[in-house]
Design a protein around this ligand. Structure first.
Ligand code: ZN
Length: 404
């Protein structure tokens, strides 16, 4: 994705959200997004990309409750370590909280299974709508929200499978980011914090395991001392945008605590019950934040597979409207996201408007095209070409499909 010409500084995704009619914020819901149709389309395209990736990597998707009682949060440690950041209330009987993470729900699902070592590695994922009580002063558009979607996923595996799981995740993550036009990454290994659980030997092993797997995946990483979670060390993946800024998005974390606390066990090959290893991982981190990064990175000129409107059909004059709508119907039938601009106004003005709206392809239909059964395809960079009308959907479907 090219940086927009003449732009002296990064655009603000909140301005792009307004000008491209994607979303808005208002004081009645601080830190929460009102998604407009075009913004929600991008959101869904991102979610589908993550869903395809997870499916290919053998994750099963789940969905867990929004409101959970304090007994769960006490077991997970959130009631002790995270209480002030949670939206808490009373369900009429007991204290409850809106979930700030999906991990406890996943552990509740997994501990109900009679796991054998043959079932491992076991991978599950969720597009978890989470709530965190961020101070109002720290809220910042899509970058810092109180309600957002965390593409949370967890892996339970045997100790000897950890290395391959971390390496597999890191390799897949790099490919996932490249599809969005990000090719430059920074990887940090965040090590034991001052306040932590688990003994020193376990931490040493966990840290060297994560670092070793990252090296094996071909990643250059550096250490971030003390940056780990209280339950284990983590690898954090940042991507560099077109403006040279680094954004921490993906992560994989080793958990030395929760499987035992939630009673997750498996029958090992010698017949004894053992506690599996657990990894937390996310591709986007926050789906909304990733969209903000993507908007600023591209200046709102999203790649065709991400654009909420991929093609706009422009009849040269109003009398060509029926043919334009018929062609748009064919494109829609090929799963392209298509609009028609038949408003009064010159063709040049409407081409300019499509450009300003971030639409990557414009199809022009006038008398000359109608007489010859063709259409003129105009690309974002300005190139024109004439195609037979029946070719338009095929050509555009190819150009608008997600990178493989
Ligand atoms: Zn988790």
């Amino acid at each position: 994705m090219p940086v927009p010409a003449h732009a002296p500084s990064p655009p603000d995704h909140r301005d792009l959200g307004n000008s491209l009619d994607l979303f808005h914020f208002q004081d009645d819901a601080p830190g929460m997004v009102f998604w407009h149709p075009r913004g929600l389309t991008i959101y869904r395209v991102l979610a589908e990309a993550a869903r395809r990736h997870c499916h290919a990597e053998d994750y099963s998707e789940v969905m867990t409750p929004q409101v959970l009682r304090d007994s769960i949060w006490e077991r997970s440690g959130h009631w002790t370590h995270y209480r002030e950041d949670m939206f808490r209330f009373d369900d009429g009987k007991e204290p409850v909280a809106l979930k700030p993470v999906s991990c406890p729900g996943h552990l509740e699902i997994v501990r109900r299974r009679q796991l054998s070592y043959r079932d491992l590695p076991l991978r599950i994922s969720e597009f978890g709508l989470v709530h965190r009580h961020e101070p109002s002063g720290s809220l910042h558009g899509l970058f810092r929200l109180r309600q957002f979607t965390q593409d949370d996923g967890h892996i339970w595996c045997l100790p000897e499978q950890l290395d391959a799981e971390v390496k597999g995740f890191a390799t897949g993550l790099m490919a996932f980011y490249r599809a969005f036009g990000f090719g430059d990454f920074d990887v940090k290994l965040s090590t034991r914090p001052t306040s932590r659980v688990g003994d020193e030997a376990l931490w040493t092993r966990a840290e060297s395991l994560l670092g070793g797997a990252a090296s094996e995946a071909g990643l250059a990483w550096s250490e971030q001392p003390g940056g780990g979670a209280f339950y284990g060390p983590k690898l954090e993946f940042s991507l560099r945008d077109a403006w040279g800024r680094l954004w921490q998005c993906g992560t994989i974390q080793l958990d030395l605590v929760l499987p035992e606390r939630f009673g997750v066990q498996y029958a090992s090959s010698d017949g004894t019950c053992k506690v599996p290893m657990m990894l937390h991982r996310a591709l986007f981190g926050s789906l909304e934040r990733f969209m903000g990064v993507l908007l600023e990175h591209s200046g709102g000129r999203l790649d065709p597979w991400l654009a909420p409107e991929q093609v706009r059909v422009l009849p040269v004059s109003e009398s060509h409207g029926p043919q334009a709508r018929a062609l748009a119907g064919v494109l829609d039938g090929s799963n392209l996201r298509v609009g028609v601009d038949n408003d009064p106004g010159t063709l040049a003005l409407r081409v300019h408007r499509a450009h300003a709206d971030g639409v990557p392809f414009v199809v022009i239909l006038g008398q000359r095209e109608i007489d010859s059964g063709t259409a003129t395809l105009r690309e974002r960079a300005g190139e024109h070409r004439t195609l037979l009308q029946e070719q338009v959907a095929v050509v555009l479907a190819r150009q608008c499909s997600p990178p493989q």
